[in-house]
Write a protein that binds this ligand. Structure first.
Ligand code: C5P
Length: 227
């Protein structure tokens, strides 16, 4: 299991200083909406300068018509990014179109599909999708698998079931991790490291429990020890 540290801080300087403070650790760095919208490609390049071994997960959750998604995927594949994601609810055709577009790249980033956001509780999810989370996450995961993606973003509680329904090496990446039982913030389906391990998760994403801590590097070290 690998750790993805979310760089979701309010300024570029704070993100860079967090990345520097954890540069000796073998971790993935997750760049999402806030940081990418503000600091763009330059931030990705700077992260690689801090430690060329940092792997970058660009968390932009693409959702659009198939051709537009494939165009965006192609642009991402030209950047220094090791993994990115799309919404599975964009549909199998859109996901297939993305994967076809990436075929011509000698080395392409891993592509994951978001099934159900970890901030949804069961009621909210049903209100939006008209289905139970587990049932829909399973359907989304199967469609992503059939479309040739590398894995899905899901909650810890669906990881094992998704691997069982698809393949053991179909990756699961789970946000909503509160490593040692910290408060959940706006996340609703949260789990700790031991549960993530038990549920065969490949990547855990941790944001606030790390960057809001007094000494983020210490938290990272503690998490890596627990992994
Ligand atoms: O601070 P926290 O650990 O809750 O951060 C989780 C990170 O994972 C955030 O950057 C959030 O945007 C992202 N994420 C998520 N749920 C998803 C996909 C991404 O929480 N399904």
């Amino acid at each position: 299991m690998q750790l993805c540290v979310a760089l979701d801080l309010p300024t570029k300087e704070e993100n860079i200083s967090l990345a520097k403070s954890i540069s000796k650790y073998d971790v993935w760095i997750k760049v999402g909406f806030r940081s990418y919208i503000r600091d763009g490609r330059e931030l990705l390049e700077e992260i690689k300068t801090i430690n060329p071994d940092f792997k970058i997960f660009l968390d932009l959750k693409l959702y659009d018509i198939p051709n537009t998604m494939a165009d965006a995927a192609e642009e991402i594949a030209h950047m220094e990014v090791d993994m990115f994601n799309v919404h599975a609810s964009a549909g199998k055709k859109a996901m297939k179109t993305v994967m076809e577009r990436l075929e011509s790249f000698e080395k392409r980033p891993l592509v994951l599909a978001v099934t159900a956001l970890t901030s949804f509780d069961y009621h909210t999810f049903k209100e939006i999708y008209g289905a139970d989370i587990e049932e829909k996450a399973k359907a989304f995961a199967l469609q992503s698998y059939q479309a040739g993606l590398d894995g899905v973003v899901c909650s810890v509680f669906e990881s094992r079931m998704i691997k069982h329904e698809t393949a053991a090496d179909f990756l699961t990446l789970t946000p909503g991790i509160r490593p040692f039982g910290e408060p959940g913030d706006d996340q609703r389906r949260v789990a700790d490291i031991d549960t993530a391990k038990r549920e065969l998760v490949d990547f855990i994403v941790v944001g606030r429990p790390i960057y809001k801590a007094k000494e983020p590097a210490k938290v990272v070290e503690k998490i890596l020890e627990a992994l």
